[in-house]
Design a protein around this ligand. Sequence first.
Ligand code: MN
Length: 275
Amino acid sequence: MKKFLGFIALVALLTGGSWELQAQSKKTKPAAETVAVKQYKPIIGISATDSSPVSAPLTYVSAVKSAGGVPLVIPMTSDKAQIEAVLEVVDAVVMTGGEDVDPLKGYGEEPIRALGEIVPERDVFDIMLIKMAVEKGLPVLGICRGEQLMNVAFGGTLYQDIPSQVPSSYIKHNQRAPRNYGTHSIDITEGSLLHKQLGVTSIAVNSYHHQAVKDPAPGFKVTAVSKDGIVEAIEKADSDRVWGVQFHPEGFVSMGDDSFLGIFKHLVEKAKETK
Ligand code: MN
């Protein structure tokens, strides 16, 4: 008997006590329960911004939570294996706003003088993340720069600077007003994802951009425009889970204004279907 106990102790030592861990995880986490929990609160990845490459503004985090998702910031990286591993964990992705997109690398145009700041590492990260997430069938919502990047990632082009490249544009797209205040209206295509999410074909949005989608990427369609014809939303034509908006819905939702909550609710609903 003593010998037998000694043998058990030796095995436990050699296996680093993993027997116990296995037994515990089997007891506390039945597979069915894990799935049920995930279906109830899906994990929504949020792309990090470059000001701190491991964090994202609280407004995005808060909007995801308001819609019933669990926010998880995805740190910036150019390592494909890292992104692959993260996409195994998250059920959907939000691409955040930020700087201008590099026109030369992004869509083969020389930079005009009015181009703003570009962050090459972030372009690389964002484009990898969007492409890999869409390839995997995950829902992806692009916001502002995220929407523009989505278009570029799939072969579309941008206006580098609306004031200098679109003479017919007369609307102020760079508002000086609170983030939860809509300053210009948009017209939304009937039957589009955005129409289903918001339940209206016209709404006032906030606006903080000087770039915009020019030619939509092949396979994408424009689903909202401002009164001066600037693209304010796009969606992937053959999908119910890949779309982008030029405005900032998280600016409203994080301040308790639910008129744009439908956008994040849709993301969370689709995220529940992915796993
Ligand atoms: Mn605008």
